[in-house]
Every structure is written in C-alpha cells, then in structure tokens.
Design a protein around this ligand. Structure first.
Ligand code: FO1
Length: 331
C-alpha cells in the first residue's frame, strides 16, 4: 500500500523534518526514503547512520545535542576497546574508537548485521527496526545494495586505502571532522539499484518532499540510483524541497562548503539550480526572501517561511507549508 507522502531523507535535518511532519499528518501516510551512502562497516558491523538518525529521532530517543546516537548513552564498549588500540598492528582498523558507538546504539548494529548475515535485505531489517521502535512511518533504505559515497581529498592529507585520496564518507565526516577540502565525490549509488519499493514510493505518492538535507551527499546518492532522477523529474510538479542552506550557510554539517567546492553556489539559489529538474517548489527561509526572483529564474517557485525548526510550532508550520507547496500543482 503506497503512502501518500514520500520524503527523501539524509541525516539530522531530514530526521527533524520528519518529526515535524508527524505533527501535521499521520505516520501511516509517510514513507521515508533514506540515503545509505554514509553506511560503513566498522568492527565487522553494518552501520547505517542516516537510517539510524531517522529511527532514533522519529522514535524520540535521539541525543538532542549530538543529533545522532541515543540519549542517555554509555560508552563502556568504546572505552574497553581502547585497551586493544595499543597492540593493534599497523594497517589494522580493529578496535578503532574514532567513530563513537554507544553501548545502546551497538544493539541496533548487532541486530542489523546479524539479520543481514542471515540473508535478510536491508529493507527487511529496516522495517523490523522501524517496527521495534514503533515509528509508524515506512522506513526504506534507498537501495539494498552497497552504495558507499567516497570523498576525494588531497592524498598527502589522507591517501585512502588505494593511495589515490579516495576515502570513505565517515572517514571524511568524522575522522577528518569534514575539515578538509573535498576534490571529488564518488557516489557508489551510481553502481547500485533502487529497490522496487523506492521506485513505487516515488512514482505513486501523492507528493514527494525533499527534506533539508545535504544536496550533494544526502540527496544526490538517492538521485544517482538508476531511474530515480527520471522518476522524480516525471512528477516534478508535485515535488517540493526545503533549502538546507539559510543565508548561504548550512545549519549543521559541511553542505555549504561542499557545494562551493563542487562549483555550485553555496546558497538557496544554488540549491534551486541543483533541484530545478526534479522539483517545482523550493521552501526557503525569510532571510533568503531576496532570492525569490533568482530562484524563479532557475525555474523553481520559491516559498518563503521560517525554516529553522527551533520550536515545535515553527517545525509544524514548515511541514504544513512544504506540503501545501507540493500539493499546489495538484489543485
Ligand atoms: N558523527 C560524529 O561527528 N562523530 C561520531 O563519532 C559519530 C558516530 C556515529 C555513530 C552512529 C551514527 O548513526 C552516527 C554517528 N555520527 C557521528 C554521525 C554520522 O557521521 C552522520 O550522522 C552522518 O553520516 C551524516 O549525516
């Protein structure tokens, strides 16, 4: 059964938007299509940060300061791993503690990894995890295939496993604290397939919303899956996006710098240029009201409102405004 509203999601901003959307529509009407380009294997465990950030946020268990991981978390396993760091041979990644995995968060990765090892698909496991957390929404990974995003950096800073400066997304985002220049992006999604459920969620929903996520590393991987961009373009009139850039900056994360490094305008107009082929409306913050004409010139209709979800009321209004913008063409 197709949900009425499909939301293309990345990490923190998307998760917060989904929570806002739940204030104005039933969970049962929402299908979240989530980026898995950030997924990585550490300690032999399949880590799916964007799926987990959506799960924990919608499930009301997210750590509010970090925006990822669980609240009231303990770190005993990480602390205990530290002992082995001193004996680890060079070249080994075992026992690394640079990526913080809390004790309760580990349960999710243990469950997911064991189920995948039994032959379950990531879609099946994500459905089980969503049910275990009582989310109500449909939680779909963008693909059941590995689709890792890799970031090209200066090899003299980090040569990466192949010596060419191509490193994993979490190595860029966490280990290097996204503080080094990105020279290129390799979207593993280009070599993966969207699940049938994702294509159905995009083609049969009443509206598709693009959450306020990083256009390049959260939304672009979903678009890069064969057939997805065309499916979105085919229904462009009922697709609305929210700009994750406000006043030329991202609220959290490196979206603005990565856009500039990719030669795109690091502002709402740059977001419009990135999305105009697949979405009709772009919801922007009041501070960007002067960009309305430029966004129109890029082919999108700008809708101005408060987009910083600092209170539940502002968040609910953003969700309602975005829904209205997506439905506007439906009449
Ligand atoms: N982000 C960090 O900045 N430091 C971490 O140690 C870290 C651990 C982590 C563990 C599980 C998880 O689901 C997310 C985690 N994140 C961490 C956030 C993650 O890197 C980002 O949420 C996404 O990959 C980008 O949206």
């Amino acid at each position: 059964m197709t949900r009425r509203i499909t939301v293309l999601c990345g990490g923190v901003g998307a998760a917060r938007f989904l929570r806002a959307l739940l204030a104005v529509v039933d969970a049962g009407d929402i299908c979240a299509v989530v980026n898995t380009g950030d997924d990585t294997v550490l300690h032999g465990l399949h880590i799916a940060p964007d799926l987990d950030t959506v799960t924990y946020t919608v499930g009301g268990a997210i750590d509010p300061e970090r925006g990822w991981g669980l609240s009231n978390e303990t770190w005993n396993a990480m602390d205990a791993l530290g002992r082995y760091g001193s004996v680890r041979p060079s070249g080994s990644t075992a026992g690394g503690t640079w990526f913080g995995l809390g004790d309760r968060d580990l349960a999710t990765h243990l469950y997911r990894t064991a189920r995948l090892a039994e032959g379950a698909t990531l879609t099946e496991v994500s459905g089980e995890i969503a049910r275990a957390w009582g989310l109500g929404i449909t939680l779909l990974p963008m693909s059941d295939d590995p689709a890792p995003t890799r970031v090209g950096v200066d090899p003299s800073i980090d040569p990466g496993p192949d010596g060419d400066g191509m490193i994993g997304f979490q190595e860029y985002f966490v280990r290097h604290r996204h503080g080094i220049e990105t020279r290129s992006l390799d979207l593993g999604a280009r070599r993966a397939q969207p699940t049938d459920a994702v294509i159905t969620a995009i083609t049969e929903a009443e509206v598709v919303l693009i959450a306020p996520s990083n256009p390049l590393v959260s939304i672009a991987p979903i678009r890069a899956l064969p057939g997805v961009d065309a499916a979105l373009a085919a229904r462009r009139d009922t697709v609305a996006a929210i700009s994750p850039l406000i006043g030329g900056a991202a609220l959290k994360g490196p979206a603005d710098r990565m856009m500039a490094e990719a030669g795109l305008r690091p502002d709402a107009i740059g977001v419009a240029e990135a999305y105009t082929s697949i979405a009709r409306a772009l919801v922007i913050d009041r501070v960007d009201a002067a960009a309305v004409d430029s966004i129109a010139a890029a082919g999108m209709e700008a809708v101005v409102t408060d987009t910083i979800m600092s209170t539940p009321e502002i968040a609910a209004n953003l969700a309602a405004v975005t829904l209205r913008a997506a439905r506007a063409a439906v009449g």
